[in-house]
Ligand binder design. Structure first.
Ligand code: NAD
Ligand code: LMR
Length: 329
């Protein structure tokens, strides 16, 4: 066995936790020659439920699982981890926007950012809990003070990317794998800009293949922006299997699985690219940088339509940042 990967999952007794843990433990994500150590964090009242989840992991008899740590102490959960998937937080209900969760969920990421900085070193962090971009901003800010480089942080927009890819494949009548270079710009919210105009189908520009700009600039964008709400309206609960799947896709992309010429979407701290305020956690097209983080793909063409959408989502992120200013001190 070449190595052991230590992965922390917060909110591990929740819906997403239930979908993500068996797949992490199975070897599907880090490879069948890599052992895995799971560090699971929950709030104290949920530890009992988490014990039940751990029983189920044991009962799967996964051969690669080294240990499963369960705790309600963030520093213990993050001790020496290579990956931290920050899921634990409240989901929105019907009729809410994700940003409505900011006051309740934001403070969680102050303590967890600090704990990460104290307990982990060579770690990559994915924030899933909503509002994901701004929670990531908070955790990143706190962890950076303890020495974790900001490039190690991302908030999840991979679910939006996957949704966009699936919609485009359906419309064009092709396989999902034929659709590449899909970018989600901005916030994981209803202002995000899912960019089909720079996406490709079997190497050809999507607008050329689909031939329906009205749909690409209308229904397609609305569907992707509103997909989370549509799932909540139908299921009465927010997406879980698809969210867990997207988080794992993100991890695999960060571990180096993106084909040459393609990119993936993740909300990362802006370095000023595309005129986005430095430090704002903003979804861009990214590729791994070979140093544990990812770099923003440069030179993607943005016309007036795209720039207007990007301005709207930027303004929303700046508003969210202002709301949590106290948590960024
Ligand atoms: P859930 O309510 O089923 O589970 C959340 C879990 O987090 C609960 O078990 C809860 O006890 C735990 N928790 C709460 N506070 C915690 C803390 N301080 N430390 C550790 N654990 C804590 O919710 P879910 O469906 O698993 O969703 C979790 C979050 O992920 C929500 O905020 C949801 O909106 C978000 N989400 C994001 C995306 C995305 O694409 N970025 C997609 C789906 C869901
Ligand atoms: C999603 O996009 O499905 C999640 O962010 C959950 C939500 O609140 O929509």
């Amino acid at each position: 066995m070449a190595r052991t990967v230590k992965v922390a999952v917060t909110g591990a007794a929740g819906q997403i936790g239930y979908s993500i843990l068996p797949r992490l433990a199975s070897g599907e994500i880090f490879g069948h020659d890599t052992r895995i150590s799971l560090h699971l964090l929950e709030i104290t009242p949920a530890l009992k439920a988490l014990e039940g989840v751990v029983m189920e992991i044991e009962d799967c008899a996964f051969p690669l699982v080294d240990e499963v740590v369960i705790t309600d102490r963030a520093e213990e959960a993050f001790d020496g981890v290579n990956w931290a998937l920050l899921v634990g937080s409240k989901p929105r209900g019907k009729g809410m926007e994700r940003g409505d969760l900011i006051r309740e969920n934001g403070p969680i990421f102050v303590g967890q950012g600090k704990a990460l900085g104290k307990a982990a070193e060579d770690v990559r962090i994915l924030v899933v809990g909503n509002p994901a971009n701004t929670n990531c901003l908070i955790a990143m800010h706190q962890a950076e003070k303890e020495g974790i480089p900001r490039e190690r942080f991302a908030a999840m927009t991979r679910l939006d990317q996957n949704r966009a890819q699936a919609q485009l494949a359906q419309k064009a009548g092709v396989e999902v794998g034929d659709v590449t270079n899909v970018t989600i710009w901005g916030n994981h919210s209803a202002t995000q800009y899912p960019d089909a105009e720079n996406a490709r189908i079997n190497g050809r520009p999507v607008p050329e293949v689909v031939g329906d700009m009205g749909w690409l600039r209308g229904e397609f964008i609305d569907t992707v922006q509103q997909r989370g709400a549509a799932v909540i309206a139908a299921r009465g609960l927010s997406s879980a299997a698809s969210a867990a799947n997207a988080a794992l896709d993100h991890v695999m992309s960060m571990e180096g699985t993106t084909p040459e010429g393609d990119w993936f979407s993740a909300a990362v701290p802006s370095d000023g690219s595309y005129g986005i305020e430095e430090g704002l956690v903003f979804s861009f097209p990214v590729r791994i940088d070979g140093q544990g983080g990812c770099g923003i793909v440069q030179g993607v063409e943005l016309g007036d339509f795209a720039l207007e959408k990007i301005a709207a989502t930027t303004a929303e992120l700046q508003e969210e940042k202002a709301v949590v200013a106290e948590l960024l001190k």
